[in-house]
Write a protein that binds this ligand. Structure first.
Ligand code: NAP
Length: 260
């Protein structure tokens, strides 16, 4: 039964010069909405088609974003893909490579992460106001541009505004993990979800899920999405959800529409 409550819309529209980026979360999840096994041994479980869809989506983005633990645990390098993807980006008027954005509030992102071994696209690390200076400097020495959020908590709206202003980011694809997704959803900054639904069950309360953070204390607070598309390819379902109301429009002119 739904718990009654009164709540207001989160994420008031901002007044800024550049519109905030259109944000798409892209994840593969099991039938029980897990995005990895409880022990985190299994991090990749989509089909080759899912991988192709991921790179095709990346090819439409000005920036890719994920959390520090995803970068460390999966070896993610946030790469562009093949020469064909580069060519598609050029045709679309995009930079050859998307900016790589990592969320690491405490600036703990490991120096050993695979990401650092793949030069090319700029790497931006988003940290909060409590991140120790020594850690921030370490990330700078590794080659990252470090953005420090105003205040103790990472302000995702401010971060997106800065990415729009500093790097011209209009469309950003977020690739998890669950904690970063939850933070983006809590800030009401997610325009679209692309979910690959894989017919397997991982189980386990500790297994990471799509959004690992409290978002709703009652049904009325649940972040509302509308199912816009379902495609079946083999045993998988490719689901596209869009935000159900216009509360997160990013500028007086509204959000930048998706490029594909
Ligand atoms: N199936 C899929 O499509 C898919 C995709 C991606 C990831 N995954 C899985 O997801 C798991 C990782 O997810 P996760 O939730 O554990 O980690 P995560 O979201 O990738 O990264 C968590 C880290 O990001 C930073 N962070 C997140 N939210 C923050 C906030 N609000 N403020 C400041 N910093 C914040 C923190 O870094 P600091 O500790 O430095 O402060 C935090 O430790 C892995 O098992 C991975 O395999 C699956």
């Amino acid at each position: 039964m739904a718990t009654p409550c009164s709540c207001s819309e989160k994420g008031p529209p901002r007044s800024g010069v550049q519109p905030l980026p259109y944000v798409v979360i892209n994840m593969a999840m099991t039938a029980d909405a897990k995005v990895a096994t409880a022990g985190r041994e299994v991090t990749t479980f989509g089909s080759p088609h899912d991988q192709r869809a991921l790179y095709a989506l990346r090819a439409t983005a000005d920036a890719l974003l994920c959390g520090a633990r995803t970068v460390e645990e999966t070896g993610a390098t946030l790469g562009t893909g093949s020469a064909e993807h580069r060519a598609a980006r050029r045709r679309a008027g995009l930079a050859e490579d998307p900016v790589r954005v990592v969320v690491s509030g405490s600036a703990s992102l490991s120096s050993e992460a695979e990401l650092w071994k793949h030069p090319g696209a700029p790497i931006v690390v988003l940290v909060d106001g409590t991140a120790p200076a020594a850690q921030r400097e370490r990330l700078s020495r590794l080659g990252a541009e470090v953005w420090v959020s105003p205040g103790d908590r990472l302000d995702f709206t401010a971060a997106l505004a800065w990415l729009a202003e500093r790097h011209g980011i209009r469309r950003l694809v977020a690739e998890g993990g669950g904690r970063v997704n939850a933070a983006l959803l809590a800030a009401d900054r997610v325009d679209e979800l692309r979910l690959t639904w894989v017919p397997r069950i991982f189980g386990g309360q500790a297994a990471p899920t799509l959004a690992d953070g409290p978002l709703a204390g009652c049904l009325a607070e649940a972040v509302p999405f509308r199912l816009a598309q379902v495609r079946s390819v083999g045993a998988e379902r490719f689901l596209r959800f869009v935000r159900r109301n216009g509360a997160i429009t990013s500028s007086p002119a509204g959000s930048i529409p998706p490029r594909s």
